[in-house]
Unconditional design. Sequence first.
Lengths: 313, 313
Amino acid sequence: MMTNYVFGVDVGGTTVKMGLFDADGNVIDKWEIPTRTEDGGKKILPDIAESIQAKMEEKKIAAEEVAGVGVGVPGPVDGNGIVHKAVNLGWGQFDLKKELTGLLHGMRVEGGNDANVAALGEMWKGGGQGYQNLVAVTLGTGVGGGIIINGEIMTGSTGAGGEIGHIHVEDHETESCGCGNFGCLEEYASATGITRLANRALQASDRDSVLRNGEVSAKTVFDAVKAGDELAIEVARKFGEYLGKGLGVIAGIINPEIFVIGGGVSKAGEVLFDYIKPPFEKTVFQGCKDTVFALATLGNDAGIYGAAKMVLD
Amino acid sequence: MMTNYVFGVDVGGTTVKMGLFDADGNVIDKWEIPTRTEDGGKKILPDIAESIQAKMEEKKIAAEEVAGVGVGVPGPVDGNGIVHKAVNLGWGQFDLKKELTGLLHGMRVEGGNDANVAALGEMWKGGGQGYQNLVAVTLGTGVGGGIIINGEIMTGSTGAGGEIGHIHVEDHETESCGCGNFGCLEEYASATGITRLANRALQASDRDSVLRNGEVSAKTVFDAVKAGDELAIEVARKFGEYLGKGLGVIAGIINPEIFVIGGGVSKAGEVLFDYIKPPFEKTVFQGCKDTVFALATLGNDAGIYGAAKMVLD
């Protein structure tokens, strides 16, 4: 029996993104359902199962034609598909694969951490196509990461592999990161971090800057950089120093072929690399100097692509 | 046909360590031959092949009884057994597996970087027994590293995986590392680095210290630490801060179960952990705080064990 279809599911805190793909990774359909986090998130998996079954009915797809369902979860998931915790969903520890398989009458299920799964998606159909050793860096509200080695997600021993947002990059930080530590990469390289760096720079001097005339955000900072605003350029330099040095450390440890940079901040485009690459090249182990930098291309769809790919591997 | 034997070979700059093991990893014999680095190291592989064949004759072992030969090399070796460079041996890029297999009449050969291979050895029969996700840290003249994920060596895309001695940990270093960069972990956590930190501390003040009365080395520093010497304790604290923070970053990226600390510096024993763990715990991603620390137990034999294990995997 041919398996012609695969479902990719990306569970977020407010919506569950879902995709139906053919085995070559072409999207057949794409939709969302709300994430019902009440009651410890008990309804989330039944909602997903119901939506998948409704879609199969709608498209007249038999169970035998479906290779399976891949699911990305916002929290640590180990190599056996055990979710250890997903605070935003209300989930504690449980066997995701087993529960969802049960709800889907034995259909194959694979689970992974959402950042890792998105990394797999970018490798398969996004900015990392053609590579097998990849580090995906998501610069959003926080900084997330996913590491792919020889084509496979590096889960880590407790599902915390690739948690690069919380590597220590600054000894003298006085404000704490959301994680409780001080000086995490996320405090400088996330959208929130860039805003914080900009506000600090604005307060530290009364120099002129377009950033004084409106909202300060990662977007307005990089718009100002492109317009030649000196204070914004100084902020971008700080951002780039932390991120460039952090990625240099990651390269020396992992020795990937490519970094794929995604998330909201990456909408600034190639200009990011002007600030990331010089500190990267200055500090990275010489044997890793040629690591490629690319932008992610799948945006919010990286998760459903990667989730589908998990099942096909 | 049963394969009862396996050879493990660890090629160093002055001697080649060799071991004959049974399939359970028991040492049957252990010996060394000189490393002849002249002529671009052309004689090294023929010398190894000859020594293996002589040993087989001596022990009356038939070729069919040998599972193969594993070789650790001091330089990057990729997943296909291609040596990219081994400066200390005079070697450039060549196909180690193919050449040595040819010299051994078709016997199976596996090759790997010596630090990675030693990590595998410590997992198999040393300080990391029972674990499958391990980072071995070798604190010797330099700082080396080997990363094992799900029981397998993480080679990296160009064989530079686990080169943790050259991760950047200090922005304000004025003396360059052997690699040409400034502020590499190796400049503070190697035997040479500890000596340098101690000499700096001795020069920075005229405080009393037993280190003023003789040779300054990693050994004398940690002997002085054990004797309560305050200046030596300050040096150990600096060492521990760099190494603890560095290992914290590695833990956040790799999420291993255990760090296995070896090399000459590790002879100081468990006292090292008193200085490494506090900065580690302070800065590491919270989900990785429980990473285990252990001492390596195989010493210079880790390489031959790991080399043998490569063949058995």
